[in-house]
Design a protein around this ligand. Structure first.
Ligand code: DCP
Ligand code: MG
Length: 461
């Protein structure tokens, strides 16, 4: 392991919710909950003000509404979050060529490889400057962890939240990890945590004391071995820049269209197993399962499901593929079937043990935009989703605060304005139309140059 804390982990604070607060002045400092608002919707994220009520990611929306009835409930705007993510990733690429994004709002950066930092002092300065740049370019806050390994850098950013920076001095890692709950370590989710607790292991120190053989016995070879190393604060995983392979997939074309639904199901299972063999062969795991179906008339459909964490478990991938198939009409016959996995990682971040044990955490991890509940929303809610931008011919730019009973309520405000006023219209008011989001930060001369540098960096290969 390196001797300086030059691995940086960035994680934006309550990302989707903070973006919404930045774009809607009336919601700053308020409880904001973003997620699927249909009957089966789940919370994507909650602002820190809403977390006080116990609301958190992946919670059923109905439960969130009981806990925080007065919060603002908004439908996610993925395109906006993606564009802001690109700005942030662009700033990270200014620091080093070795940037490893983990999700839209989270990435590792190897500062040493970029020549940006080489010791504690330079690392701390780089982290502080990054946070200031992110705020200037996007108007948002992110938390930074700095350490000599990925695992510790990620733990540090968690401790820094919200809106902070924590640096773990090399040499202090084991003392710091020891008393923490086992759940702090990557790969230990609720199920593994329970399993260890039943064996009397609660803290990282107890994990280290249990010894490698015992952990292998409890958790299996790969997981036990990896966890023992983590418990000793040993983590040599390098920061890996853009991955070559974007997805692993297999498909088969059939000479004669398959009509039998049972046979279609069996083929999908077979393809899922083949896909897992490829995935494992490449030492990868992935987070998004994709099913491809070409029907007798050459119409081709793809359906995907995103799990909470990367997996290479055949049971999990088979199950996901089967679930996806349920939503596809195959009457008339099928010419081609394919199963793929994307969102690749070279290690398992989430709770593999739980996924293998059949705990349906994956169902909670579905992106709200893909939730079937969305489909059941009324036409009004689809046209005027809560939180989305609109423009009124007379009153200008605003956002949908709510809709129903033939009416839509709009709050007229913009990222740079004072909190605005609310007005209600008929849903078919010809003066009202959906609008694109406005930039969160006004483009002053200096700021715009900076923002463009970020954009250009992320547009690279
Ligand atoms: N997300 C989601 N569903 C989940 C978890 C997260 O849709 N089950 C989305 C919404 C989050 C974003 O991903 O805003 C980033 O996830 P994080 O886990 O980093 O959570 P936040 O950034 O919201 O909060 P924190 O400040 O704890 O990082
Ligand atoms: Mg975050």
């Amino acid at each position: 392991m390196r001797s300086s804390p030059t691995i940086l982990h960035l994680d934006m604070d309550a990302f989707f919710a903070t973006v919404e607060q930045a774009s809607k002045p009336s919601l700053r400092g308020k409880a904001v909950i973003v997620g699927g608002l249909g009957p089966r919707g789940v919370v994507a994220t909650a602002s820190y003000e809403a977390r006080v009520f116990g609301v958190h990611s992946a919670m059923p929306m109905a439960q969130a509404r009981r806990l925080a009835p007065n919060a603002a409930y908004l439908v996610p705007r993925f395109a906006l979050y993606r564009s802001i993510s690109e700005q942030v990733m662009g700033l990270l690429r200014d620091l080093s060529p070795l940037v490893e994004p983990l999700s839209l709002d989270e990435a590792f950066v190897d500062l040493e490889a970029g020549g940006t930092a080489w010791d504690e002092r330079s690392a701390r300065l780089a982290g502080a400057k990054l946070r200031a740049d992110i705020r200037a370019v996007t108007g948002l806050t992110g938390s930074v962890g700095l350490a000599a390994s990925k695992m510790l850098a990620k733990i540090a950013s968690e401790q820094a939240k919200p809106d902070g920076l924590v640096l773990i001095e090399p040499g202090t890692e084991r003392a710091l990890l020891g008393p923490l709950p086992v759940r702090t370590l990557p790969g230990v989710g609720p199920a593994t945590g329970d399993h260890l607790r039943r064996a009397g292991i609660h803290t990282v120190d107890e994990l280290a004391e249990a010894g490698e053989d015992e952990l292998v016995r409890l958790l299996g070879k790969a997981h036990g071995h990896a966890l023992y190393a983590m418990a000793l604060a040993r983590d040599e995983r390098p920061v890996v820049a853009e991955r070559e392979t974007k997805s692993v997939s297999v498909e088969d074309t059939y000479d004669v269209d398959i009509h039998d639904r049972v046979r279609v199901g069996a083929e999908v299972q077979r393809l899922a197993d083949r896909c897992v063999r490829r995935l494992r062969g490449a030492g990868l795991s992935g987070r998004t399962i994709v099913l491809k179906v070409r029907r007798y008339d050459f119409s081709t459909l793809t359906r995907s499901e995103t799990l909470r964490g990367p997996t290479d478990d055949p049971a999990v991938i088979r199950e996901a593929a089967a679930r996806l198939l349920e939503s596809v009409d195959t009457t008339g016959g099928v010419r081609l079937l394919g199963v793929g996995v994307s969102g690749l990682a070279d290690y398992t971040q989430e709770d593999l043990f739980a996924q293998a044990a059949g705990v349906r955490e994956d169902a909670l991890g579905e992106e709200p935009e893909a939730a079937p509940a969305e489909e059941r929303q009324t036409a009004t809610e689809r046209r005027w989703p809560a939180g989305h931008d609109v423009r009124h011919a007379a009153y200008g730019h605003g956002w949908v605060q709510g809709s129903g009973l033939g009416r839509v309520t709009v709050r007229f405000e913009t990222p740079g304005s004072e909190p605005g006023r609310v007005r209600t219209f008929r849903i078919d008011d010809p003066d009202l139309e959906p609008a694109e989001p406005l930039p969160l930060v006004a483009r002053r001369p200096g700021a715009s140059e900076r923002a463009e540098a970020g954009g250009a960096g992320s547009a690279g290969p």
